[in-house]
Ligand binder design. Structure first.
Ligand SMILES: Nc1ncnc2c1ncn2[C@@H]1O[C@H](COP(=O)(O)OP(=O)(O)OP(=O)(O)O)[C@@H](O)[C@H]1O
Length: 262
C-alpha cells in the first residue's frame, strides 16, 4: 500500500504516429511540491491531462496512474468522476476559462459540493465564504454575488484556487497556475497555496516554465524534454546541481531575477 497521492508509471501518449510522451514516471507524496519544467511542447500539460484522463479520444495512452491509491486508467466513468471530484483540485493558467462567465462566483464555488456531494445549498455557501476568506478575498459575501467579469485576474485566480479546495482534495495539479499574474499577485497566490498545503498536507504537482519559481517553490523538480523526464533535482539544487545539458541550457536561458521584476 503506497502513501503517494499521485503515482504515474511508464506513461506513454501518442496521437496516431506522433509520440508525445515516453515512459513518464513520477510521484507526489502528501505535503510535497513536485515541479515539472521544460520548454513549450515538452509534454508537461499532456502528462497532467493524461493522468486525469482529460485527453481527446484520439489520444493513445498507456501506463499506470494512481490517484489517492485509486487506479485511474482502470476506473469506470462513475469512479473516474469520483476520483476527479474528491481527490484532485485542478488549477489552470486562465481563471476566466475555468469559471462560467454567466454564473455568479458563489454558484460556481458551490456547484461541486451541491451536485457531487449532495450538500445543502446553505452549507455549500458557508464553505464558499470561508474558502474565499482563506484565499485572501475581502468581503466574501459580496464577492459570491458577483460575476467573473467584475473581478480582476488575480482575484479570479484566488477564486479558482478556492473552488479547487472546496471538496478538500489532497492533491493539487497546478498547470501554470500563476503565470498570467503580475509578480506581486503571483507571490500572494503562491503564499496562499503554501498555507493551504501546510494546513492540509496537500501534495502538489506544479507545472511552470519559470525555473526560478520552480527552484524556490518546489521540493523536487523534474525536467522534461520531448516527452521524457531527463533529470530530477531538488528545488534547492536546480541552479547548482544540474548535469543534463538540456537542463543547463534551460537554466542559462532563464531570465535573471532582476530582469523579471522590471
Ligand atoms: N490534441 C492533440 N493532438 C495532437 N497533438 C497534441 C494535442 N495536444 C497536445 N499535442 C502535442 O503534444 C505536445 C506536448 O504538448 P503539451 O501542451 O503537453 O506541452 P507543454 O510542455 O505543456 O507545453 P506548454 O508549456 O506550451 O503548455 C506538443 O507537441 C503538442 O503539439
Amino acid at each position: 500500500m503506497t502513501a503517494e497521492l499521485l503515482t504515474i508509471e511508464d506513461l506513454d501518449l501518442a496521437y496516431g504516429s506522433a509520440a508525445i510522451l515516453h515512459g513518464v514516471s513520477l510521484t507526489v507524496a502528501p505535503g510535497e511540491t513536485v515541479g515539472l519544467v521544460g520548454e513549450s511542447g515538452s509534454g508537461k500539460s499532456s502528462t497532467v491531462r493524461a493522468a486525469l484522463r482529460l485527453l481527446p479520444p484520439t489520444a493513445g495512452v498507456q501506463g499506470r496512474v494512481r490517484i489517492g491509491g485509486r487506479d485511474v486508467f482502470g476506473a469506470n466513468d462513475a469512479e473516474l468522476r469520483r476520483i476527479r471530484a474528491e481527490e484532485v483540485g485542478f488549477i489552470q493558467q486562465d481563471p476566466r476559462g475555468a469559471l462560467n462567465p454567466v454564473r455568479r462566483i458563489g454558484d460556481s464555488l458551490a456547484e461541486r459540493l451541491v451536485k457531487v456531494h449532495g450538500m445543502p445549498r446553505a452549507e455549500a455557501r458557508r464553505i464558499g465564504v470561508e474558502l474565499l476568506g482563506a484565499v485572501g478575498i475581502t468581503r466574501p459575501e459580496h464577492r459570491l454575488r458577483q460575476f467573473p467579469h467584475e473581478l480582476s485576474g488575480g482575484m479570479l485566480q484566488r477564486v479558482v484556487i478556492a473552488a479547487a479546495l472546496t471538496t478538500r482534495p489532497r492533491l493539487i495539479l497546478a498547470d501554470e497556475a500563476t503565470s498570467a499574474l503580475d509578480v506581486t499577485t503571483q507571490a500572494e497566490v503562491l503564499a496562499i497555496l503554501r498555507d493551504q498545503q501546510r494546513e492540509r498536507e496537500l501534495g502538489m504537482l506544479f507545472i511552470t516554465h519559470d525555473l526560478h519559481l520552480a527552484a524556490a517553490f518546489c521540493d523536487r523538480v523534474l525536467v522534461m524534454l520531448r516527452g521524457e523526464v531527463v533529470e530530477e533535482l531538488s528545488g534547492a539544487a536546480l541552479f547548482t546541481g544540474a548535469t543534463h545539458p538540456y537542463t543547463r541550457s534551460l537554466l542559462q536561458a532563464a531570465p535573471e531575477l532582476e530582469e523579471r521584476s522590471r
